[in-house]
Ligand binder design. Sequence first.
Ligand code: CAA
Length: 561
Amino acid sequence: MPAGRPPALGARALGAVPAGGQGELRAWRARPADYVRDCNVAAMEIREVAVVGLGTMGAGIAEVFARAGIGVVAMEADAEALRRGVGILDASLSRAVSRGRLAAHEQAAIRSRVRPAEAFSEAAAVDLAIEVVPERLEIKRQVFAELDRVCSPTAILATNTSSLSVTAIAAATKHPGRVIGMHFFNPAPVMRLVEVVSTVLTADGVAAAVPDLARRLGKSPVQVSDRAGFVANALLLPYLNHAVHLLETGYASREDIDLAATAGIGLPMGPLALLDLIGLDTALSIMEVLDGEFGGPRYTAAPLLRRLAEAGRTGRKSGRGIYDYADRSTDKPHSNGNIAASAAPDTVTLIGSGDDAEADLASALASAGINVTRNPAHPTDLVLIAAAAGRPVLPAAHATGRPDQAVGLHLAGGGLAEVVQTSLSSEQAVASGLALAARLGHTSVRVPDRPGFLVGALLYPHLADAVRMVQDNYASPADIDTAMTLGCGYPEGPFQLLDAVGAGAVLAGLESMRTAYGYSSFAPPPLLAEHAITGIPFGASSEPAGAGSASAGSAAASSAS
Ligand code: CAA
């Protein structure tokens, strides 16, 4: 290294304190420890920031600041990482230009605000530095030690940690009062939520400036407590991890799992595609932190998640995760559902319980011009059991005497049909059921004859986690709904969904899952049972359940029937 040139970020991040740095360190120690009381940078005064770490999130965050007219020192460990990181930013801006969302001169102006840098000393004059390095406490602490050393006494030091304790990061610095969590969501230029994590050590001026800054960036700040995963990740990651568990146990295919979430619940992405976007390595790190803090089966990382991360199949960023992105056409990995490999049946034996599920199917079959009999003794192409949540298909299929020719069909809402395969269904019957669903105009997923089928198996435990958060007085239903709509693009928050589905239906779904599997993670929270008994919705309204938010969660609502 040439004399006088500061060491690169990588060397320092790995713990090497530069020779010349010790003197500076001593000088810092000589300052009053509580100088941060004077750290009153108003959000509008923040003119230049440093973004340390230019992976997917860091590059996105750099773009957000630069778009807001703020100068960015974009920092990476070495020239190659810097080139890659700036490449992510450039690709995002070019995409916006090609879509007509950004003029070429604006792109040039945004880009001119970004100054790539490899050395911490380049951050000496910034008003705020945000760390976006991998989710490992020791790396983050080293970065903060460097920022603490080089940045001006009035600079705010933020971490984009998605799960680690901001207090622990802050406590390792010399001036914890200026340390704060500022957690963005992927893709950072798109998702509106910023979780702001003030610790007991954060100076008032810093705690006030950062939400204002988030608003200046066009984001919606939400104050959250310094608990593992804050609000959004603590709720999202166990749901994503459970989807991996369903995949690795052969419960359903990856495409069907994702389709159940998008078509059946109405979410913008399926959980497996979302894991590929977040990065399987990042997801694994978050699960490990959640497991360390909360423990229990809901927080144990699925072995497949761990194996894929260990194998370097980290998702979109590496070109391969749960899906393969080598071929750009797979950038949106959702399939169109199961392509029927068989002709739709002309004649169907319909078996039901005289409920809505049966009536709905009967009218759909009639509209499609399919001949229906109710007598199992009549020969038909397919025996169709009108499936409903909480009612296994197998007993009815077995009672017909033709269980191999039988499948269940559950109209899950959102145009999604769950074709339920029992342990006795033949492949031909399943193919015929899928073809029938297509003929009825439904996208279909193939699901086992297990409680909740597929939509419920994903949704009910997720909603129960949200209820537990409220039960533990950690966040309000409104806060949780805001976090999930603004941070994860949910069209409706978990509590809006829950009120639409009905606490009773979710409770029954969870109880049947717990009875079937015996897992404590499916145990319904007492607060859910209270809402089920009283019929009081979780929303602010005091109307009885079912009376409010008529349009909310329509897809998932019908999945509970
Ligand atoms: N970078 C920048 N912009 C992007 C982008 C990216 N990577 N991906 C999409 N966009 C923009 C597009 O340019 C487009 O904007 P315009 O309408 O202005 O052109 C807009 O987003 C919509 O994009 P598309 O039409 O291509 O795709 P879409 O409609 O399928 O939306 C999505 C894509 C916004 C990612 C949407 O699928 C979504 O909201 N998914 C959920 C994402 C989510 O849950 N994020 C949180 C993950 S958890 C996390 O990040 C926290 C953590 O710590 C792990």
